[in-house]
Design a protein around this ligand. Structure first.
Ligand code: CP
Length: 309
């Protein structure tokens, strides 16, 4: 029995480095199995997974769906816009209603920070956080660490990771900082001061607004999406001005180490956070991140639901 079995998965800091290492080694087994047998899928087991997405998603949602298929799970999808929350039902009543149909676990993405945790207090089946507000995106952090380890080796102590972009509104950053620091990486964040939240001081990261200098010292460059839908008003003078100072532009490629890894959790605003030439650069691993997302989520589902692969 692992520490994941039958438990909710809400944030990476709920687990120790050893527990995360165990999960990511298990993910490597899943990845090996899928590369040997690309059509690998367990027979339907009678177990099921409810997917509740109250925000748009391409990567997280499809990867959970594919991961569930690989693990022999049936999925039940609830569209937020078609759910009875639009008629006034609370999210907690919705969650209890879904639970009454007896799925094995619930995956939830919600715009409200803390909603997956609160739901986990209302229902008995495992709740998996697929991203909540600005707060956390723990499975993204797992797949990012897994991708970095594939490129740089399992021991990332002292690795210099630069996260550039809309730090203020980024749940990806919050989960990644916790996990990368747990594994001994040195994290630096780069953004205009208006997109650096005050809590950054507690994170134990370096802060800069000089991207050109920061790129030269990074082993990993992780660009973030400008989350215009979350910004109260533009927190930069213009997107063009933002890109000129904080975008991974084609001209800046030469500032990035030859051995460095360039990442983005997606979705990318091409031409704002990075150009098409950067996405085509051999150092850029965005699609590896997507594939690893399915792998890591399959590993997590197998641990939580006790499925042998
Ligand atoms: N990275 C990420 O969460 O992407 P989606 O919003 O497409 O799921």
């Amino acid at each position: 029995m692992t520490s994941y079995h039958g438990q909710s998965f809400l944030e990476v800091s709920d687990y120790s480095k050893d527990e995360i290492t165990d999960l990511l080694r298990h993910a490597q087994n899943v990845k090996n199995k899928l590369s040997d047998q690309p059509d690998y899928a367990l027979q339907p087991s009678g177990k099921s997974l409810a997917l509740l997405f109250f925000e748009p998603s391409t990567r997280t949602r499809t990867s959970f769906e594919m991961a569930a298929f690989r693990m022999g799970l049936r999925t039940i999808n609830l569209e937020a816009g078609r759910s009875s929350t639009t008629k006034g039902e609370t999210i907690f009543d919705t969650a209890q209603t879904i639970e009454a149909n007896r799925p094995s676990a619930i995956v939830i993405r919600h715009y409200g920070s803390g909603v997956p945790f609160q739901i986990s207090q209302h229902i008995k089946i495992p709740v998996i956080n697929a991203g909540d507000g600005f707060h956390a995106h723990p499975t993204q952090a797992l797949l990012d660490l897994f991708t970095i380890q594939q490129k740089k080796g399992e021991d990332i102590k002292g690795l210099r990771v630069l996260i550039v972009g809309d730090i203020a509104h980024s749940r990806v950053t919050r989960s990644n900082v916790k996990l990368l620091k747990m594994f001994g990486a040195e994290v630096e964040v780069c953004a205009p001061p208006t997109l650096i939240p005050p809590c950054t001081e507690e994170w134990g990261v370096k802060v800069t607004d000089n991207l050109d200098q920061a790129l030269g010292r990074a082993d990993v460059v992780m660009a973030l999406r400008m989350q215009l839908e979350r910004q109260r008003s533009y927190q930069v003078p213009s997107l063009g001005e933002y890109t000129s100072r904080f975008g991974i532009t084609t001209e800046r490629l030469s500032l990035i180490n030859e051995e460095a890894v360039i990442m983005h959790p997606g979705p990318v605003n091409r031409g704002i956070e990075m150009t098409s030439a950067v996405i085509r650069d051999p150092r850029c691993v965005i699609l590896n991140q997507v594939n690893n997302g399915m792998v890591v989520r399959a590993a997590l589902l197998s641990r939580i639901l006790g499925i042998e692969i």
